[in-house]
Structure formats: structure tokens, C-alpha cells
Design a protein around this ligand. Structure first.
Ligand code: 5GP
Length: 349
């Protein structure tokens, strides 16, 4: 046994220090980024905020709403193959990029990969594949990434999740262009409680971004953002993309049933490894495993457009405070200050 004594930080442990700036207004801040990907050489331009591949977040309706605004959606893996064709044939709205701003998600079982092939046959214009497992540390995972890379040299592969630099390097070398980072920080994740495993998300981003950028790869910070300020901190720490589950839950586009209690409206939101998800898709929790996710109710929030405006407004404002005229500059202009636990004494119980 060994103890690592270096300090590791989460979003709540820091704030971004303001800096003198010549920027006039937050309206001048550009949030679009252009990335070139290590294996395909392809480029993509957009606002690098991603709706998570979860049942009531990564839906086709969410993808339509987000792509209109230049954002990205990792569509969950439970849609039948045929529904992809239906999604692909609807013409995009406004600035929309229906198939360029979505990833098709897949697990790594042979049956998952067979389904992926059928979807890609129907929608050859799809650019992004999201290979998603709870624990990205297995050799088998890296091998499966290698297989998909060999079969699809022109697709951009996002793969995870891991939280340490050496595994980011391994996945990039195996064929991933983008590595998803985060174990344990999710709003409906119970991995830390059930297994004791995890890594503070801000430090994971800092360390993994460094490893990825050294190999011309990118990272997605996945999980743990509870407010626009956390999204700004994730980008400030070096994330190229930020993935959101809970912050985008509770909206019309998620398609969850709206429940009413004491005159308030709610929507259920559950982890993809929760008992609820396993009962829906796998006929229950298998004997050998524990659920590592939970179900919560979140307030119903109507259409996602307002929430997006809030998040992007917060991000633009964060850039203004440190004098970053584009999101791309935020990391190099960020100095974090460590804080003792943040509490608001006025509203404390
Ligand atoms: P959030 O933005 O809600 O904090 O985190 C979203 C992320 O939580 C997802 O993208 C995914 O990586 C992770 N996640 C989703 N469902 C589960 C689950 O059931 N268990 C665990 N451990 N993580 C989950």
C-alpha cells in the first residue's frame, strides 16, 4: 500500500482569480473552438459543451436543440438503429449541424459494436463515436478502441473514462482522438460510495489535459459540474470539452415524464449504472455487481434554451474577468486560488 500525499482538488476547492483586462464586453468573447484530431486529421468547430449520453439528456431532441446553437450531444446508446435514420433525414434548423455535432455512443461488447456498425452504415455522415465504459482501465477496452480505429480510420473516437495521465496516453495511442476524464464526480454517480474509487475532478483535468496535449489529443471533462462556474473552472483547468449530465436534466428535450408533487413539477433523472437503468435495459442488476448510480428527481425546467443561455453567459463572463477574448485562451489566463469550503452564510440553515 502507498499513500499519495500531493494535494488533489475538486471544483469546489478553487475560484478563478480575476485579472486586469482590456476586454470591453462579454459579447466580444468567442466560445467556438476549432480542434484538429490526432488520428483522423479532421477538424471540428463548435462550442465544446457536450450533453452526456444518458437516457434523459443525450436524446435526439436535445441533439437538435444543442446543434442549432453550436453545442454537441453524445446520443445515448439505447436508441434502435432505425431511429438514427429518422434523425439523420430531418433537415437541420438554423446553424444546425445535425450529424456533425453528435456522437453515437457504444459500449464495448461485441453486440454493442455490431449495433454501432449498423448505425454507421445507415448514417455514414456521422463523424463521432463515443466509446463509453465506467472503468476505462482494462486492457480489453484499449484493444476494442484499436479495433474500431482500424475499421474506421476517418471517424473521431472519444473514449473513456479514466482519470490519470498514463491511461490517457494509452487510450490515445490505442486509437482514441479524445479521452473522457472523470471517475466518481457525477451527480447521480455512487462509485465513490460503493467502491471507494475516484479522483478529484479538477486535478484529474489538469493532469490528463497535460498528458493528452503532449500527444496532440484532447480531453472531455465528464461529470461533476453543478453550475456555470464549474464549467468555467473545467475549461480553465485545461479541458477541451466539458460534458454535462445533471445540469441539462429536467428539460423538455430529455423526454422524461413530468411528475407533480405539492404543486411543483419534477422529472426523474437516473445514472446509467443505476438500478433503474439496469432494470430498464438488462432485466435487473446482475448478481455479481452493485449498481453504481442513483435516481434523483430534479425540478422541471422547460425548454433547454434558457439553461444554455445561462451556461454560455457564465462562461463568457468568466472569460471577461480574466481577459480571455476567446475560450481557447481561458486556460492560459487562469490562476486558481484555493479556498476553504465555500458557504453562503446568509442562507445557511
Ligand atoms: P454530471 O454532469 O451529472 O455530474 O455527470 C454526468 C456523468 O456521470 C456522465 O457523463 C457519466 O460519465 C457519469 N454517469 C452517468 N450515470 C452514471 C452512473 O450510473 N454511475 C456512475 N458511476 N457514473 C455515471
Amino acid at each position: 500500500m502507498r499513500i499519495e500525499a500531493d494535494l488533489k482538488l475538486g471544483f469546489k476547492d478553487v475560484l478563478i482569480r480575476p485579472k486586469r483586462s482590456t476586454l470591453g464586453s462579454r459579447a466580444q468573447v468567442r466560445l467556438e473552438r476549432t480542434f484538429k484530431f490526432r488520428h483522423t486529421g479532421r477538424t471540428w468547430t463548435g462550442i465544446p459543451v457536450i450533453a452526456a449520453n444518458m437516457d434523459t439528456v443525450g436524446t435526439f431532441e436535445m441533439a437538435a436543440a444543442l446543434s442549432e446553437r453550436g453545442l454537441f450531444t453524445a446520443v445515448h446508446k439505447h436508441y434502435p438503429v432505425e431511429s438514427w435514420s429518422a434523425f439523420a433525414t430531418v433537415p437541420p434548423n438554423g446553424a444546425g449541424h445535425r450529424l456533425t455535432n453528435v456522437a453515437v455512443s457504444t459500449g464495448i461488447l461485441d453486440s454493442d459494436l455490431a449495433k454501432l456498425e449498423r448505425i454507421l452504415e445507415r448514417c455514414p455522415e456521422l463523424l463521432f463515436i463515443c466509446m463509453d465504459v465506467a472503468n476505462g482501465y482494462s486492457e480489453y477496452f484499449a484493444e476494442q478502441i484499436g479495433k474500431v480505429r482500424a475499421r474506421h480510420p476517418d471517424k473521431i473516437i472519444m473514449a473513456g473514462n479514466v482519470v490519470t495521465g498514463e491511461m490517457v496516453e494509452q487510450l490515445l495511442l490505442s486509437g482514441a482522438d479524445i479521452v473522457k476524464v472523470g471517475i466518481g464526480p457525477g451527480s447521480v454517480c455512487t462509485t465513490r460510495v460503493k467502491t471507494g474509487v475516484g479522483y478529484p475532478q479538477l486535478s484529474a483535468i489538469i493532469e490528463c489535459a497535460d498528458a493528452a496535449h503532449g500527444l496532440s489529443g484532447q480531453i472531455v471533462s465528464d461529470g461533476g459540474c453543478t453550475c456555470a462556474g464549474d464549467v468555467a473552472k473545467a475549461f480553465g483547468a485545461g479541458a477541451d470539452f466539458v460534458m454535462l449530465g445533471g445540469m441539462l436534466a429536467g428539460h423538455d428535450e430529455g423526454g422524461g415524464e413530468i411528475l407533480e408533487r405539492d404543486g411543483q413539477r419534477f422529472v426523474e433523472f437516473y445514472g446509467m449504472s443505476s438500478r433503474a437503468a439496469m432494470e430498464k435495459y438488462s432485466g435487473g442488476v446482475a448478481e455479481y455487481r452493485a449498481s453504481e448510480g442513483k435516481t434523483v428527481t430534479v425540478p422541471y425546467r422547460g425548454p433547454v434554451a434558457e439553461t444554455i443561455k445561462d451556461i454560455l453567459g457564465g462562461l463568457r463572463s468568466a472569460c471577461t474577468y480574466v481577459g480571455a477574448s476567446q475560450l481557447k485562451e481561458l486556460t492560459k489566463r487562469t490562476t486558481f486560488v484555493r479556498v476553504a469550503e465555500q458557504q453562503n452564510p446568509i442562507f445557511e440553515a
